[in-house]
Design a binder for this molecule. Sequence first.
Ligand SMILES: Nc1ncnc2c1ncn2[C@@H]1O[C@H](COP(=O)(O)OP(=O)(O)OP(=O)(O)O)[C@@H](O)[C@H]1O
Ligand SMILES: O=P(O)(O)OC[C@@]1(O)O[C@H](CO)[C@@H](O)[C@@H]1O
Length: 305
Amino acid sequence: MIYTITLNPSVDYVVQVNQLNLGELNKVENAMKYPGGKGINVSRVLHELEYDTTALGFLGGFTGNFIAEALDNKGIETNFTPIQDDTRINIKLKSGTETEINGRGPEILANEADHLLHQLDNVTSHDTVILSGSWPPSLTKNFQQQMIERISASGATFVIDTTGNALKSALPYRPLLVKPNKEELADLFGVTLSSKHDVMHYGTKLLDLGAQHAIVSMAGEGALLFTEKGIYHGSTPTGETKNSVGAGDSMIAGFTGTFRKTRDVMEAFRMSLASGSATAFSNDLAMAGDIFSLREKIDITRISK
Ligand SMILES: Nc1ncnc2c1ncn2[C@@H]1O[C@H](COP(=O)(O)OP(=O)(O)OP(=O)(O)O)[C@@H](O)[C@H]1O
Ligand SMILES: O=P(O)(O)OC[C@@]1(O)O[C@H](CO)[C@@H](O)[C@@H]1O
């Protein structure tokens, strides 16, 4: 089973406004609500690719009910920890460019946090656990560490997609994959990445610090894969960009599902690139048919040992 953990899910309220005028009344052209949060997106794409997945995390209130129902309607297995507070709403404003306004997240009570930790006692060495996204501010600082220690003790494979110190402190636990984008990589090391060489230098550090594989995603410029055998660049196919929300999550789903099935890192990278671009070219997350057709259009080049 591939478990995803979304500590801070969201209803993604995607609003299109043709011409945004700040300080004035703006009329919505089109609006959609999606079950969001990084781990939930990963589960949605894994399910689309027919991998067994269960979404875990905290859900509460009317917004939580919306997410639970939307995932249930798609046939996605979930085992969320119920919370008293409302799950957040994140606004994705499309008006020529994309502007995001993400909520901080609900209050998590101590007994709710404990419930999720105890769920991890059911994870076994046959499972993969993907920890994705931010966490609500009321969770204690060492909650992530407690989760990772339980996952590691179970022998399960784990993948982590978070940022800053939370990401750095997870690296010694040897995650199968980390996937910062270029800006997140720069923030992680407190540097400016002004050349491909810089990205290669700091991407390699992710392996030195413990990651088994690292993907540094670069939106329309594709991604770099770092492995102990070398560094590779993966291209993006041409297409019309409609939505970048969830492109990174789709990459994680494509890589993790494929690697778990095939143990083939390069095929996993190819499917991660296809999944990321298929989402970028869709209004919602990627569909399997698009992922498989884009897979054929991706070039992977080895750029360093
Ligand atoms: N405009 C685009 N055209 C083609 N492919 C894209 C585009 N944007 C993203 N992708 C694909 O998706 C991958 C992930 O995108 P990106 O680097 O934006 O991740 P991210 O910042 O983690 O995204 P998010 O947080 O919005 O999910 C890229 O490496 C690329 O393969
Ligand atoms: O606040 P976080 O957890 O970092 O990001 C949350 C979020 O922006 O990430 C997803 C896209 O990757 C969206 O579904 C969601 O709204």
